[in-house]
Design a protein around this ligand. Structure first.
Ligand code: 3PG
Length: 209
């Protein structure tokens, strides 16, 4: 499963974290991100449309890679798996969710914000984590500090990543990709301005060059 996470992150160095506000947004939003070059998506279970979005995208846009985010417990993991999610992201580490992740066929990226979280996950075999909330829990300095005691661990920092700090995060040797919602401009989505979403996605990717 570590290899599957690594191959997902090698394809997608920027993971959009999407909370679907309206069902009608699902396809145009995903199409705009894909047109901008972002084809691996994390759909959060923070809105009532999360599971519907995962089901719809798996059926209608099989070329995209669709994961689930904000998975808080084993029940939510089971629902997302049934909806067709291809990977799982959690905001934090509990013994319950880490164990459910071991039993699930899907790769799970647990959230971690402390050395204790990393030790809890490491003990069960996890080596890839979402650093969350990245900017609040120490940002690039935290990643550098975690590098010494946890040399085999790599991160997807998320939470506060923006165009102006993205490159510094991705330059860290223990960072595999970054996640964030900055390209999902809420006013643009509300007015159905998908061209703006496509542009923001393309601009994010252009920063990697
Ligand atoms: C998440 O849960 O991963 C965050 O909502 C994404 O963080 P951001 O909104 O600060 O990019």
């Amino acid at each position: 499963k570590i290899a599957r996470i690594d191959s997902l992150c090698a394809q997608a160095r920027i993971l959009p974290v999407i909370t679907v506000r309206r069902e009608a947004h699902i396809l145009p939003l995903a199409d705009a991100l894909a047109a901008g070059g972002l084809r691996t998506l994390e759909i959060t279970l923070r809105s009532a449309h999360g599971l519907t979005a995962i089901r719809t995208l798996r059926r209608e846009r099989p070329q995209l890679c669709v994961g689930v985010g904000t998975v808080l417990d084993a029940q939510m993991l089971a629902e997302a798996e049934a909806a067709g999610a291809q990977f799982v992201v959690t905001p934090g580490c509990t013994a319950e969710i880490l164990e459910a992740g071991l039993e699930s066929p899907l790769p799970l990226l647990p959230g971690a914000s402390s050395a204790s979280d990393l030790m809890l996950g490491h003990r069960l075999g996890y080596r890839r984590f979402k650093l969350f909330p990245a900017e609040v829990c120490g940002g690039v300095a935290a990643l550098r500090a975690f590098g010494a005691p946890f040399p085999g661990i790599r991160f997807c920092p998320t939470g506060g990543i923006r165009p102006d700090n993205l490159r510094e995060y991705l330059a860290q040797p223990n960072v595999m990709c970054v996640g964030g919602s900055w390209m999902l401009d809420e006013p643009a989505m509300e007015r159905g301005d998908w061209a703006t979403i496509e542009r923001l996605a393309a601009e994010a990717l252009a920063l990697l060059k």
